[in-house]
Write a protein that binds this ligand. Structure first.
Ligand SMILES: Cc1ncc(COP(=O)(O)O)c(C=O)c1O
Length: 380
């Protein structure tokens, strides 16, 4: 058997043709036709008021931290089990991430632990939707409304997932998604800022454009453009936007292909007669996008090694922020027991959209490998 890679970024339809159109039009930098098409698609399909393509989800998070006008010592509540960018964007502006534990059924922030972390300095709660499976947004929104703080969704994993049939990304005052090549829909490196609170729309265009009002100049609102605010080069090149637009138009098909594989895994591994393994849980309010298939198993490392030795590229995931060098320095946190246990227990499985590589038969083979591992382990 050939190695089954964890992820293979793919080209599906008109990505190359679209890039050829960019070359023909001779407009390569940000904010061209494909950027506008992508933003229109996002606003319509993710039901958000406004969107801005960025060069990464990290860049979109950094824009949010600027839009919030944070002061040194302001606090932002988030799970410890997330990618570094969720926290780093706010640390860059002098704020302090306050890390909360996750709950075991979804690996999302434990909504019941948020309120105890709120202080006078709290400015926002950021949730992530791990593997595209939604956290309980009604519960979180109730808390952020009560304390008059912002709700931010880092929906890096969650394009086309929903909570109570409404797209993720459309709940936060501000939200982000990622189009990194490891994500369902990609353009190599890329992301988007999603804006649901209209008061942020005008300034976000200035921040993206190095702190200038070039957007107003392009729309003939001002005669010259100049430096009007802080900002950076957060936008996406037209070449990437052209690639991305083809993926967005094909995104519903891509999602259904991922879900097919996710469901094969679920059906097959459900039959494993091993009480040590827990499969993902999908709450009733969530429709997910098949971004990650994982299992939870104590003493994970032996099985992880065994699967990789047998050419199945399974992998772990985040090092909890509070256990990282920078997290210890920049964040505030108490005991985060579940995060520590679960982060040591997760195994993520390959999702490759190539029927020859990953299908019901190969997934059954993967299950047989897991069974074999347990038989060997029992006999030791
Ligand atoms: C939850 C989360 N937020 C943000 C990011 C950063 O995304 P990007 O690589 O597009 O900056 C990631 C990356 O995987 C992520 O998992």
């Amino acid at each position: 058997m050939k190695t089954i890679k964890y992820n293979v970024a793919k080209v599906f339809t008109n990505e190359i043709k679209n890039i050829q159109k960019v070359v023909k039009n001779n407009h390569y930098s940000m904010n061209g036709n494909f950027t506008k098409k992508c933003q229109d698609w996002i606003e319509k399909n993710l039901k958000v008021k406004s969107s801005i393509l960025t060069n990464s989800c990290t860049a979109a998070l950094e824009m949010i931290a600027i839009l919030m006008n944070l002061k040194k010592g302001d606090e932002i509540i988030m799970p410890s089990y997330t990618f570094v960018s969720t926290a780093n964007a706010f640390v860059l502006r002098g704020a302090k991430p306050v890390l909360v534990d996750i709950e075991e059924s979804t690996l999302n922030i434990d909504e019941n632990k948020i309120e105890a972390a709120i202080t006078k300095k709290t400015k926002a709660v950021i949730v992530i939707h791990y593997g595209g499976i939604s956290c309980d947004l009604d519960k979180v929104r109730k808390i952020t409304k009560k304390h008059k703080i912002l709700l931010i969704e880092d929906a890096a994993h969650a394009i086309l997932s929903t909570y109570k049939n409404k797209p993720l990304g459309s709940f936060g005052d501000l939200s982000t998604i990622s189009f990194h090549e490891t994500k369902n829909i990609h353009c190599g490196e890329g992301g988007a800022l999603l804006i649901n609170n209209p008061k942020y729309i005008k300034r976000s265009k200035i921040l993206r454009d190095k702190g200038t009002n070039r957007d107003e100049f392009n729309r003939n609102i001002v005669k010259k453009y100049s430096w009007v605010d802080i900002g950076s080069s957060f936008g996406m090149s037209e070449i990437s936007a052209a690639f991305l637009y083809a993926q967005l138009l094909y995104s519903k098909k891509i999602t259904s292909m991922r879900l097919k594989i996710w469901n094969y895994y679920y059906k097959t591994l459900k039959d494993l007669k091993n009480e040590k393994i827990t499969l993902p849980y999908i709450p009733k309010y969530s429709k997910h996008n098949g971004h990650i298939f994982y299992i939870i198993i104590r003493n994970r490392d032996g099985l992880l090694k065994y699967l990789n030795k047998n050419k199945i590229n399974c992998t772990f995931h985040y090092v909890p922020l509070h256990q990282s060098i920078a997290g210890k320095k920049f964040c505030k946190f108490g005991k985060l027991n579940k995060t520590e246990i679960l982060s040591k227990s997760i195994i993520r499985f390959p999702i490759v959209l190539d029927h020859k590589i990953l299908n019901f038969k190969t997934i059954t083979k993967i299950k047989n490998h897991i069974n074999k591992y347990f038989q060997v382990e029992e006999n030791i």
